[in-house]
Design a protein around this ligand. Structure first.
Ligand code: PLP
Length: 312
């Protein structure tokens, strides 16, 4: 097995940029996680889960399986490939075909789980998790929803990277596994920041994020839930920010970035200090979805998301 250390210098240390068009109270800084090697925040968890397993000698079978709504699958496929491990991603059917293709291009196998395959199990990733629970004999399962290395990746990486750059009063992150919000959140809360976690309303499906009522709370999030000061629900109105941010900030953000930014604006309007919001992945993962919902990215209108931006 090839050791992972060759990747160590490339993970994290992503840019922290100050947004210019969202007012100054608070000043909003975005951490651009799509700058990680395989394109998302999940590179951090994937890398540290494999590294820890390698150090503990528990990747015995050279086979890895994980339930994922996309980005973790892409990251694990990339790192497994470079370690000479076989990787299988179990993904819910609502995940975009582009993600499946990306995993396969990186040498991973994919198993698609149809919504409702396991009645009463919850939606999306919960279905994939159940499949893995029943079919992973002979595999190493990182299990991002339970694995403490996911939390540690952010406690030891994302959090310090932010604190080294600025003095943070508010930290905002969407919750999937909860690793980002609680890991980086814990590090920053120990230094006085308030931690705001974001979940989509049940009506708003956001790849990578989980509505706790729909999908349940992950064991990892449950263990560290006390880190979170506020949990905010966001609806599809957030999508209007994709175009606005592209036009005004020159950043092409993914759906969960828009949700996290909407929460930052809504909840912290008028508050003094610095807010840091995590942008987990870029809009390139969602081009076909954006076209479907009518975002015209080639002809940006000067439409301003008035409800969200009132008073900013
Ligand atoms: C696009 C996107 N946003 C946000 C998250 C949430 O990150 P975490 O699992 O650390 O809560 C994920 C996780 O899969 C994601 O893929």
């Amino acid at each position: 097995m090839t050791p992972l250390l060759g990747h160590a210098m490339k993970i994290g240390n992503t840019p922290l940029v100050k947004l210019q068009h969202f007012g100054t109270d608070p000043a909003i800084y975005a951490k651009l996680e799509w700058e990680n090697p395989f394109g998302s925040v999940k590179d951090r968890a994937a890398y540290f889960m494999l590294k820890k397993a390698q150090e503990q000698g528990i990747i015995s079978q050279r086979k890895v399986m994980e339930a994922t709504s996309g980005n973790t699958g892409v990251a694990l496929a990339g790192f497994c490939k470079s370690m000479g491990l076989e990787f299988t991603a179990v993904i819910p059917d609502r995940v975009s075909p582009d993600v499946k293709e990306r995993i396969e291009k990186l040498g991973g196998k994919t198993i698609i789980i149809k919504e409702g395959t396991f009645p009463g199990e919850g939606g999306g990733t919960a279905q994939a998790i159940r499949y893995v629970r029943e079919n992973s004999g002979g595999y190493f399962v990182p299990n991002q929803f339970e694995n403490e290395a996911n939390y540690e990746a952010h406690y030891n990486g994302t959090g310090p990277e932010i604190w080294d750059k600025i003095d943070v009063q508010y930290f905002v992150a969407g919750i999937g596994t909860g690793g980002t919000a609680t890991g980086a959140g814990k590090y920053l809360s120990e230094r006085g920041a308030r931690v705001i976690a974001v979940e989509p309303k049940r009506s708003f499906k956001v790849p990578g994020l989980r509505n706790i009522e729909d999908s349940g709370i992950s064991p990892l999030l449950q263990r560290h839930f006390d880190v979170i000061d506020e949990l905010v629900k966001i609806d599809a109105e957030a999508l209007s920010l994709v175009e606005y941010v592209m036009r005004n900030e020159g950043l092409f953000i993914g759906i969960s970035s828009a949700a996290a930014l909407a929460a930052t604006i809504k909840l912290l309007k008028g508050k003094k200090g610095n807010a840091v919001v995590i942008f987990p992945d870029s809009g390139w993962n969602y081009v076909s979805f954006y076209e479907k919902v009518g975002l015209n990215l080639s002809n940006l209108q000067s439409v301003t998301p008035k409800n969200l931006l009132a008073g900013v």
